[in-house]
Design a protein around this ligand. Sequence first.
Ligand code: GDP
Ligand code: MG
Length: 439
Amino acid sequence: LTNRLSKALKNITGKGKLTEANMNEMLREVRMSLLEADVNYRVVKDFIEHVKIKAMGVEVMSSLNPGQMVVKIVHDEIVELLGTQEQGLNYKTAGITTVMMVGLQGTGKTTAAAKIANVIRKKQSRKPLLVACDLIRPAAVEQLKTLGASIDVEVFSLGIETPALTTAKKALEYAQEQGYDTVIFDTAGRLHIDEELMQELADIKAAVHPDDILLTVDAMTGQDIVNVAQSFHDQLAVTGLVLTKLDGDARGGGVLSVRAITQVPVKFVGLGEKIDDLDIFYPERMADRILGMGDIMTLVEQAQDKMDMEVSQKSAKRMMSGQFTLEDMLEQFRQLKKMGSLGGMMKLIPGMSQMAGKIDEAKTDKQMKMFEAIILSMTKEERQNPDILKASRKNRIAAGSGTKVSDINQLINRYEKTKVAMKQMGAMANGGKMPNMKG
Ligand code: GDP
Ligand code: MG
């Protein structure tokens, strides 16, 4: 967690529903954090508005503070915006699949083209051909050839004198003749968007009908990525993203901006200069990274635990009013197990530490497991109304759980006692009045 965020988390207290007032501070921090991560300011603005609407009036789980609740919602929304864990190339069912790499100069098109060719050849038994259509960058053709040689993938090139469009067309014919099933076109980039480049790319697109147009997005990219992505998308209708250089320090918020604009999935992630540094995209991890919350998962998990706790508090209330079922008992066993050993717990309770030593841990543990197995072998109806458990049902359950009928009787005995104890506790908590006598 960034310092600022964790500080805000501590400062915001209060209960009840999320309101403008109790969300504002946290949302301000989230906003700053996203801007720091290079998410475009307009995208941030929309995002915060969206979260506000979504979160307004949401009940804060009683064990969380509103700040934590907001962070959880923000995290989930970023994951949503980043899209699902996708997905490979859009392969044609028959014929040659064509893929076009596009993006600004230096973002990693050529590297990604080779990485993708390598992975689909090795892992998907494809027969890829790489095509050198970047004639602008000095030595671009050589770069691709070197990469191709290192991964045993042929590189098609007609030299830098031939126009890129001609090379692209000839490459397709060549692929047909040679039986290649996937052709990846590495194209030229520019430092900035310009008309000439866009025209060249549009012409290649028209000639080779790409099944995928992959826009490379450098994780280090800044605010202006929105304009770049918008231009590429407007003119070429990209179908996927390759997020490159994620091995660096950058939080990579630019991808959130690009996703917001293009809505197309991140298909690959670049994690280094080497050929094997390619991965699929993990939205959860990326959301953590963008928020600068390495330990957000811990937070969310804690929230989950607390939620479980709330469930058991609710059921405790119900139980104390006399509605105690075997399902509740199962839940109790599970909670106990989660909290660790019974003896260990008792040591923590003043006045009980002596008793703790007297508990036979192993035996208790074994018994709890057995009871659990028995309850799990029951139908829902049986769990909720153990009175219906007659001999034939008990025989079935014993067989199902690998226990004896006497074990089941022992469990029911224990259940009856607990139920009575619960009711008495409830009565005491109600100031001596039985719950069902309340006016
Ligand atoms: P292009 O101009 O878009 O074709 O970009 P290149 O593929 O030539 O890459 C530009 C530079 O970035 C090269 O030095 C690459 O080695 C480097 N590069 C590409 N992808 C990655 C990556 O995922 N991580 C790192 N650290 N460097 C990368
Ligand atoms: Mg290149």
